[in-house]
Write a protein that binds this ligand. Structure first.
Ligand code: SF4
Length: 352
């Protein structure tokens, strides 16, 4: 194999020998590469693999995804988190079908304007699928380059320094492999706390390695405290069915289904508080019965402590609000996509 510069050759030779065999690395189909890149955002490779396989088997083409309803795709995405990624992908393929004849636009700058696609995704997809010479800059690549160049902070100036270095190194014959190799190096060798410099193909040019303390680059970002919320919720029964509502108009977990309820400030008198929430928010008249249990769940940006009660709806009372709702039987749970915290409640319900 002929490589276009020395840094590329060091990196690509290492990649050839060390790369993991991942399912999206066996295709040049831009749609499948796009799906993998969206799934991999803020999610571990091992978590993504089974979701990716299920997804490309259920929706092997842009057209097959565009023709599907959003409830079905959310169900397949259920548990992967960051559900806007899935909804944006769905919106974007519909635009591609109606405006671009079901193929990705020729120009990556046009692709970049589609919902959920940014600079990073466009560079990854077009370099891997079409050999466009566009360097990718994800969290792993930023860390590797910050260490090689001894950069402490990711300022705009330093971002440009990193990008121009990547542009000078990117392999003209294999830009997709070059980008994947850089990302692979960051996720398997140049690890955040313990970089394995002994195994690194780029240690001869790494200024951070020269200092003896490469892990000090870049400086860590200040972590914001993660809020924790108390939430009350009710399984509201009508005969053998219970009520679920669809989350619309939320930024988080949008379009997923959940039980009615709301946040509270303290756990004092939860039955009275739940009655008030259900009346005020949904105009529902219920009698609150036994407590089903409590679950804790940590999402990426916040945690919740969810307390749940069985409730019985009064005759003729229906939820009034903007959210779509359904009365479903317990065996129908699997037809709908729910947040992870609700799945923990289902486990408790089974034991009750
Ligand atoms: S030599 Fe060490 S710090 Fe430098 S890029 Fe390689 S693994 Fe990272």
């Amino acid at each position: 194999m002929y490589y276009t510069n020395n840094t590329s050759s060091l990196l690509l030779n290492w990649y050839e020998q060390s790369k993991r065999n991942l399912p999206w690395r066996n295709t040049k189909d831009p749609y499948k590469i796009w799906v993998s890149e969206i799934m991999l955002q803020q999610t571990q490779v091992n978590t993504v693999i089974p979701y990716y396989k299920k997804w490309v088997s259920a929706y092997p083409t842009i057209n097959s995804l565009a023709e599907t309803d959003s409830d079905s795709i959310l169900k397949l995405w259920e548990g992967l988190g960051y559900y806007n990624r899935c909804l944006n992908l769905h919106k974007a393929v519909k635009i591609i079908v109606s405006n671009y004849g079901s193929s990705l636009p020729k120009n990556p700058n046009v692709f970049k304007t589609l919902p959920g696609v940014g600079e990073y995704t466009a560079a990854a997809v077009y370099s891997i699928a079409f050999s466009d010479q566009l360097p990718v800059l994800d969290g792993n690549v930023k860390r590797v380059l910050s260490r090689i160049l001894k950069i402490c902070r990711f300022t705009k100036y330093n971002k440009n320094r990193i990008l121009s270095k990547l542009k000078s190194w990117i392999d003209k014959n294999n830009p997709g492999d070059f980008n994947q190799a850089m990302m692979e190096l960051g996720s398997t060798v140049c690890l955040p706390k313990y970089p394995n410099c002994r195994m690194c193909p780029l240690k001869s040019i790494c200024k951070g390695f020269e200092t003896g303390r490469p892990e000090s680059y870049p400086l860590p970002n200040k972590q914001k405290p993660i809020p924790r919320y108390l939430v009350l919720t009710g399984i509201i029964w009508k005969n053998n069915s219970f009520l679920i509502l669809q989350r619309t108009g939320y930024r988080h977990l949008t379009n997923l289904w959940e039980f009615p309820g709301g946040k509270i400030q303290s756990n004092r008198n939860p039955k009275l508080q739940l009655t008030k929430i259900l009346t005020k928010k949904y105009n529902l008249k219920v009698s609150i019965q036994n407590k089903i249990g409590c679950v804790n769940h940590q999402y990426s940006h916040f945690g919740i402590n969810l307390t749940c009660f069985n409730c019985k709806v009064e005759d003729g009372s229906v939820p009034i609000g903007i959210q779509p709702y359904r009365w479903i039987k317990q065996h129908e749970i699997n037809k709908f996509a729910f947040p992870k915290a609700n799945h923990k409640l289902f486990d408790i319900m089974k034991d009750n």
